[in-house]
Design a protein around this ligand. Sequence first.
Ligand code: ADP
Ligand code: MG
Length: 475
Amino acid sequence: MSFADLGLSDELLRAVTEAGYSEPTPIQAQAIPPVLMMKDLIGIAQTGTGKTASFVLPMIDILAHGRSRARMPRSLILEPTRELAAQVAENFEKYGKYHKLTMALLIGGVNMSDQIAALEKGVDVLIATPGRLMDLFQRGKILLTGCGLLVIDEADRMLDMGFIPDIEEICTKLPAQRQTLLFSATMPAPIKKLADKFLSNPKQIEVSRPASTNLSIDQSLAETTSRGKRDTLRDLLQSADVTTAIIFSNRKTTVRDLAQSLGRYGFKVGQIHGDMEQPERLRELDRFKGGEINILVASDVAARGLDIKGVSHVINFDVPWHPDDYVHRIGRTGRGGASGVAITLVTPEDAEAIEAIEKLQGHKIARRGKPAAAEQAEAAEPKREPRRDRGERREKKAEAPAPRAARPSRAEAAPRTEAAPRAEAAPRAEVPAPRDAKREDRRPRRDDRRRDFVEDEPDDGWNGPVPSFLNVTLG
Ligand code: ADP
Ligand code: MG
């Protein structure tokens, strides 16, 4: 199957080729033809399967015919977060480079005057987060009666973020005669209900899960606290029989910090995250595959699409926000029937996320409690935690052996017995700034769309600048 078989225009095919895509993903292959035929569609496929292009590409060809009118966007794409919205805009820019489509992006955290000016003139595509769109609609700046095509993207995430009532209301502002596309990684009941109500006779496409839970993976939860996470992780890396491990974190900044920190402790560690260019990621991957490093700290999106399977351990430093990501992550271990180990660090704040994962898998995950090393260390030295956390005695670190000197490589480290002195020797950077600690522990919430655009966000796969044609100024 090639893109040329899907009925897309030559200009579009040229742009796709130039973007470096040689073959459509399964969801693209199945979704593009019916969308081009103006059918309503429900597309269910995991995160990272290419759902964006499965609506952006046919939309470009559909919108190539016709003209936009003042204040009446011709199509509307709803996204749960501004990162995803901006990523979709970027896709339009990339694939639409041989078309003359106009666009506006309505997302929180950016200066809106240019966008409103664009809307006043009329746009072919409006990409928005529900909250921002509702604001503008209520201020009479926009009419949705000319909107013949609606995309509700990442519907399950919309649900998580409490956007369903907004979406329902937005749907009622659009003409009844329209094409509606809904994309989601999962299909929980409220999304099904939404689809029943607002889509007419939709074609449903479901791409099977790439990774259902592999039973040969030994899964467990390691209880810790947000402050104790790094200690717990190091204990695990030393006590568990780790030959190769991927450590997953929810945020790019955590990936960076964690890799640095582990490196200081003498682990042979590399990193891949969304701020790195693909060649750089591949280089790290080669170091990992070649055995130069045996620990790779990764974010979900950066790890996706990379062929890193068959590691002895997957450790979730953060519980993933999306249960599907959990399945993806742990699928990196346990190759070809061999058993693998997946350990997830959990803090009391993660209870809800763990529940969602257990529900998805249909079974509970065993708790391993604190690793023995940490317990022993604590029993021997009960004041260890508070002392280190307060940070005021950090200058005393010189009294303890410097961590790097003490353990030049992981292989030389004798597990357990050295746990306590090592913890005492935590270098300065180990004490997290309170702001960061707090942010790392947060699940995305509805009002996150009002947070500063440039701040550290969940790694949703888009890390680039706001597309230039939007002329958006950061606010
Ligand atoms: P989803 O919305 O399903 O989570 P995206 O549309 O964001 O996934 O795509 C995930 C990644 O896959 C993106 O980096 C995108 O550039 C890439 N991608 C999409 N389609 C293709 C393709 N046909 N070939 C190669 N890479 C693709
Ligand atoms: Mg998507």
